[in-house]
Ligand binder design. Structure first.
Ligand SMILES: [Zn+2]
Length: 219
């Protein structure tokens, strides 16, 4: 399957992506990963990207698209790919559309995972992270607590709540996300790719995506 996965921070995209890629052998692709991959492989494009990063600048969309174009042509993408966190803007969505046309590839679906704000707040404000930079083990005070005195079970360092995981910070992140993503959702609705899946269960989201793709291929 070829999918774009949209969803707010805390919507569970990581888990869902893992279930989907395990299911059909497609590859999860995020811009962060492919940039790091290109830099590490030392390709021409990777060297260009490294230049921007060394100067503390954002890697321009045009370069990201070039790197993504070459990534999508690697053999492991034959079974499909799942774009995670990309596109984020209308210009990126337009560029992606042109690139896929050029490669003669068609998206199956753009899945927008909707999870109520209260659930996301509960998921993210209960997270704790080991303060040891070399460990950074993730805990959850409900489902995976640290030691009773708040220490990391792996390395013994204090476990902390990250500044971007407080109620205020997450509320702000969700507002920003919704503002930025709303136009993208409209865009894909008009293109006829959008499927909204409202569920807090990863298994339900995954079966919803599979069903939507089957329905599309039967059209
Ligand atoms: Zn630790």
């Amino acid at each position: 399957m070829r999918i774009v996965l949209l969803g707010a921070p805390g919507a569970g995209k990581g888990t869902i992506a893992k279930l989907l890629t395990d299911y059909d052998g497609s590859v999860q692709i995020s811009t962060g990963d492919i940039l790091r991959g290109a830099v590490k492989a030392g390709t021409e494009l990777g060297k260009k990207a490294q230049g921007y990063m060394d100067r503390g600048e954002l890697v321009p969309d045009s370069l990201i698209m070039e790197i993504m174009e070459s990534r999508l042509q690697e053999p492991d993408c034959k079974k499909g790919f799942l774009l995670d966190g990309f596109p984020r803007t209308i210009p990126q969505a337009d560029a992606l559309k042109k690139m896929l046309q050029k490669l003669n590839l068609k998206l199956d679906l753009v899945a927008n995972i909707e999870v109520p704000k209260e659930v996301i707040l509960d998921r993210l404000t209960t997270r704790r992270t080991c303060s040891n930079a070399n460990c950074q083990e993730i805990y959850n005070i409900k489902s995976k607590p640290p030691t009773p005195d708040g220490k990391c079970k792996k390395c013994g360092s204090p476990v902390i709540q990250r500044a971007d995981e407080t109620v205020e910070a997450i509320t702000k992140r969700l507002e920003t996300y919704n503002e930025k993503t709303a136009p993208l959702i409209d865009y894909y609705r008009k293109e006829g790719f959008l499927k909204i899946i409202a569920s807090t269960s990863s298994d339900e989201v995954v079966s919803g995506i599979k069903k939507a793709i089957k329905g599309k291929s039967a059209e």
